[in-house]
Design a protein around this ligand. Sequence first.
Ligand code: 5RP
Length: 251
Amino acid sequence: HRRAPRVATALRMPVRALSQDELKQQAAWKAVEYVKSGMRLGLGTGSTAAFAVERIASLLKDGTLKDLVAVPTSIRTYEQAKSLGIPLATLAEQPELDLAIDGADEVDPMLNVVKGRGGALLREKMVELASEKFVCIVDDTKLVEGIGGSKDALPIEVTQFGWDYNLKRLQSLPELEGSTAKLRRTKDGEPYVTDNSNYIIDCYFENGFIKDAQKAADVLSQMVGVVEHGLFLNMVNVVVIAGSNGVEVKD
Ligand code: 5RP
């Protein structure tokens, strides 16, 4: 078990309530303070991570940061980073990263997180596991007492082949008791396809959250046809949380 996280808060007196996007930007900018010249970075996916990518690009442009190389966690982030001129590499070219910055859907008091509402969980997990430090950036709406369904669903990436077979298996899995599994679909009703040409099954917990996240993670990891799940346990080193009372750093 990891020790209880330390908390540092930079208090600020807001003149007006900040929007959720402004909070996401604050968390992202704070996390970018961890980026130093010469680092090999992992770039996350989602609206919060996009603020970090933008910030890194502008610090590269004005010369504050130099000699960075980054591995993106999705095609979306690849395109954003490329268009902003951030030097990019594949995970094969840069298998050891210094720092990854990424958002999350839920964060619990022990810094375990759920990711994947944006559909990029597989590449995110690969890149974040390859990083010496993983800084997670969120606004305070993402804080939960227990991960895995408190806010939304737990995303699970599955192969297209046999997705409906795995849907049934997930529905009857004791470790996911209390949840309803549904294939993620686009607005047009088509199955949502990930960057890796897989599908996503979202597990919705109506009352509460996963009882034993570690056990669920272990069982899901062993299911054939389950490519990856959104439980990121004991992976995050630092969480930067932006809320109406300021930016809090937990590590
Ligand atoms: C994508 C993710 C995102 O980091 C997560 O969904 C948070 O997104 P946002 O910053 O837009 O709230 O895990 O797969």
